[in-house]
Design a protein around this ligand. Structure first.
Ligand code: AMP
Ligand code: MN
Ligand code: MN
Ligand code: MN
Length: 280
């Protein structure tokens, strides 16, 4: 069993990379790929755990794109952490995120929920601030009762306090990932556009833009969704990957490797992914 999608406190998770390496062995995984949003900041500590871990520890990241007017996440699996151009591209993405965060604090304040970036930073152990930290800050200041209510009332994708970031196009993300030696894969396509989206045509378009795979196994999929996406990947000759999208305490109920309990990502997918990486 493997898990090719998870987050540490370097982005919006709550665990250290060292803890994730230990959890991989506890879960009996043969491989774990770390995929923090817009950063490889957790990677050095993660890779330093390799001599102590049974599981293979692999490098990845998750980028946000704009596709058909909605946010689409793309995993860059097996990217080279030593690629200086990719690192500077990630730095640029984090700069765009900082701009968005500043504007979102102002927007929330204007809406009557006074908020500064310092308030948000107080809820984060990383300089990479995301909406999960805004949600916690809104709760800490008593503007909402709990972080989930912040998403429901204010900062969900359609909420009045949400400010979008300038996002990549899928072709740009695919090119950046490929140029860093990785494989670009659509993350959780079943979560796109509210979940009822018909993917067949759109996935072909993404493939033409350079996307090479899709996440067919996912921590929150129902059995029918898993069947649909695994089959779609096969039909389009795309690489199929899978992961839990573990975020620690920021996504209660999702466990590393097993998701809600029933996730099982076959080892063979990693061999196919590495084959795809070599094919380029
Ligand atoms: P950001 O990248 O800063 O826009 O934040 C996106 C993150 O916020 C996602 O990766 C999720 O972890 C979280 N998120 C977004 N929408 C929701 C929601 N409706 N409920 C809970 N968490 C959410
Ligand atoms: Mn996340
Ligand atoms: Mn995602
Ligand atoms: Mn994720």
């Amino acid at each position: 069993m493997i898990d090719l999608h998870c987050h540490t406190l370097h982005s919006d998770g709550t665990d250290t990379s060292v803890r994730l390496a230990l959890l991989a062995d506890e879960a009996g995984l043969s491989a774990l790929c770390l995929t923090d949003h817009d950063t490889l900041g957790g990677i050095p500590d993660f890779l330093a755990m390799q001599p102590h871990a049974k599981a293979r520890l692999l490098v990845g990241t998750e980028l946000s794109c704009r596709f058909l007017g909605q946010s689409l996440h793309v995993l860059g699996l097996l990217v080279d952490p030593g690629d200086a151009r990719f690192q500077s591209r990630l730095t640029e993405l984090r700069g765009r995120r900082d701009d968005r965060n500043r504007r979102m604090a102002v927007r929330l304040t204007e809406l009557g929920f006074p908020m500064t970036l310092e308030d948000v930073q107080a809820e984060a152990e990383t300089p990479l601030l995301s909406r999960v930290h805004f949600a916690r800050a809104l709760a800490a200041k008593g503007h909402v009762r709990h972080p989930q209510e912040a998403f429901e009332r204010l900062i969900g994708d359609d909420g009045p306090g949400f400010v979008p970031r300038e996002e990549l196009s899928p072709s740009e993300a695919a090119r950046w990932i490929r140029e860093a030696g990785g494989v670009p894969v659509v993350a959780h396509p079943g979560r796109f556009a509210g979940g009822s989206f018909r993917w067949d045509e759109a996935m072909r378009d993404l493939q033409r833009e350079g996307i090479e795979g899709l996440e067919g196994y996912y921590g929150e999929y129902r059995a029918a969704e898993q069947r649909y996406f695994v089959e779609l990947g096969k039909r389009l000759d795309m690489v199929v990957t899978g992961g839990s999208d573990y975020h620690g305490a920021n996504k209660p109920g999702i466990r590393l490797g097993v998701g809600r309990g029933g996730l099982k990502v076959p080892d063979g997918l990693l061999e196919a992914l590495e084959e795809q990486q070599r094919r380029g």
